[in-house]
Design a protein around this ligand. Structure first.
Ligand SMILES: [Fe+2]
Length: 328
């Protein structure tokens, strides 16, 4: 397809252009929270999220540990079935998205030892046909706002177990130009189901500032073990111990949230899938229209000039951080 071809439009749009799904809070995320905590402990040792995702080495790794208990609509650990199919999450996703069809898609557990806060971001978006697109291209596509028609509506349930200092969940339910909201610890067996691929959010600093493990102070090989009722950050010869209270746990569940069976069929039959050249053509047409240049679509995403231009233009916007409204 030529670089200046008009952007094709799919016949079926599965989600609206703007975020319509509103956060739904659960004061009690799990019927048996102790069972969740047992699985969290039993799933140790954990690898860094950066290692799990094979992110490019930048020398700035932070102590953010992760395991996938389910992905691709399938359980990777059968012990997590009661979380993956938690009826409370499914019901909240129905409510948040006005969805008749909710299909759990992935489940991960995150553990943070004391560390500085993250930046406001959107979660990695999902587009029909783009499952194998490079990770950083998907990020840019998400921030471009050009691919709504292919977006797969995904409900995210974030649930927490943390009673230590910091560890806020900040979010912008009305968009990045509007005030932020904050959920503060103690967060124990609570959850929010929201649209995290469209709603900006971030994790505030975990623990006291003086206890933060600085970015890059640990290596990619660092692991988090659970021993004798406490957590242990093991990195080569170094071993740092943290009480259970000091480690922030967050379980992230994601599910497809389709309006109805017809929307599910469009997703399953792949008749309107995006292709990589098509995605590059859409970005190129937008850049051209804005006088910012063009991509060499034929050269593909591997082309360094293409990548540079894409990532220069399509990035996370400034997020308004001045005002703050506490939810609890
Ligand atoms: Fe996120």
């Amino acid at each position: 397809m030529a670089a200046d071809a008009p952007a094709p439009t799919p016949a079926n749009t599965l989600r609206p252009e703007v975020m319509l799904a509103k956060p739904v809070f659960l004061e009690s995320a799990f019927k048996e929270p102790e069972r969740v905590l047992t699985l969290v402990r039993d799933s140790a040792p954990y690898r860094l999220a950066a290692a799990v995702h094979r992110s490019r080495e930048s020398g700035t790794d932070v102590p953010w540990f992760r395991v996938f208990w389910a992905y691709g609509e399938k359980l990777a650990d059968p012990r997590a079935d009661f979380i993956f199919n938690n009826p409370r999450f499914i019901q909240a996703a129905r409510e948040s998205f006005g969805a008749e069809v909710v299909i759990p898609s992935s489940l991960m557990n995150n553990l943070n030892t004391p560390m500085a806060g993250g930046v406001p971001h959107l979660d990695l978006p999902h587009f029909r046909g783009a499952e194998r697109f490079p990770f950083d291209l998907l990020v840019a596509m998400g921030y471009s706002g050009l691919f709504h028609p292919w977006a797969i509506p995904i409900a995210s349930a974030l649930s927490w177990f943390y009673r230590g200092p910091g560890g806020d969940f900040d979010y912008w339910p009305d968009g990045p130009d509007e005030p932020r909201f904050t959920l503060s610890a103690p967060l124990w067996n609570q959850a929010v189901v929201a649209d995290n691929e469209y709603m900006f959010h971030r994790v505030g600093g975990v623990g006291r500032d003086s206890d933060h493990v600085a970015p890059g102070a640990i290596s990619r090989a660092a692991k988090l073990h659970h021993e004798d009722g406490a957590w242990s950050l093991v990195d080569g010869d170094s071993r740092q111990s943290f009480s259970e209270e000091a480690v922030r746990l967050s379980v992230l569940w994601k599910a497809y949230a389709f309006k109805d069976g017809a929307a599910l069929r469009v997703f399953r039959d792949r008749s309107d899938d995006l292709t990589l050249p098509q995605a590059l053509s859409i970005l190129s047409a937008d850049l051209d229209q804005r006088g910012l240049g063009r991509l060499d679509v034929e050269a593909g995403y591997g082309d360094e000039a293409n990548r540079r231009l894409i990532h220069k233009v399509y990035r996370a916007p400034e997020v308004r951080d001045a005002s703050r409204r506490r939810v609890q």
